[in-house]
Design a binder for this molecule. Sequence first.
Ligand code: ATP
Ligand code: MG
Length: 320
Amino acid sequence: FSTFLETRNLSVSYYMERTKIPAVKDVSFSMEKGEILGIIGESGSGKSTLAKAILRAIKPPGKIEPSSKIFFKGRELLSMKETDFKKEILWKSISYVPQASQNSLNNTMRVIDHFYDTAYSHGLSKEKVTEKALELLKMVKLDPERVARAYPFQLSGGMKQRVLIALSLLLDPDLVIMDEAVSSLDVATQRYILEIIKDINKNIGTSIIFITHDISISAYLSTDILVLYAGELMEEGKAEAVIKTPLHPYTADLISSVPSIGGSMQNIRPIKEGQPSLVGCPFNARCNKLMDYCKLNHPEVYDVNGRKVRCFLYGNNKDK
Ligand code: ATP
Ligand code: MG
């Protein structure tokens, strides 16, 4: 038995000329097969960087710090040879729907050619790819024959997004990482695509990491939720429990800032504004449960009945 996906002390920094931007800090989490893990956090909290680290797609000036480990089905991904990773893991086991991905389709290529391109390096026959592509386009509720022949510019944003989801499934991956896959779409189209993603997870068992800044989307879709703030894991647990009884003040604030899950309109409170702090708890400038201790000390991640929380409210050393 081995864990499906586990990161251990994953840290990624961007090394700029004069400064280092730590974008992901010491993130340790695991997910089981079949889960839909929602990764949520504000802009700049490190969501895309975390996704790219798992895909080994961090480019300079970004660098994965040497202490980091990523285990996937018994293998450590960061120590694999690049060629092995590309041949055995990428697309085949872990695939990706990148952020702002509607622009990642090539307008001069028909939709079906994108499938040929992706399959090319994995040695599938053209007939096999055509058959599979049509099946997948149907699965994401597109007219397969028509869309396969179309050029991306002939499709709406929601259709393009569904093409990209179909494409990510071409080689039957165990895990698909979707980065803001519905963010640029209207609410009705979002709902429609979220249903499709749920069906994919249920019917073919694909595990999904779904990145979003919108906690209501994550509440609707995910089985598990991981909250990032300033590159750090603040809370992680079963989605239902996290939404019903958030432990971290930041998670609680996120929930009460949206109408659909925070209750009635009267109960909506915007989160206090502010920047992540460099000293003490990163959330200390915005926290409504602030204790003196949080100003100078940095909390670890505590285990509270299976929930992970980085907050001194749950730590045994807050009285020091
Ligand atoms: P968003 O919701 O806006 O997509 P995010 O949570 O995905 O944000 P990241 O894109 O991972 O956040 O960025 C995390 C931090 O790393 C930010 O401070 C960002 O400025 C920095 N960063 C990201 N990419 C680069 C880069 N190529 N070079 C320098 N800094 C970067
Ligand atoms: Mg991002």
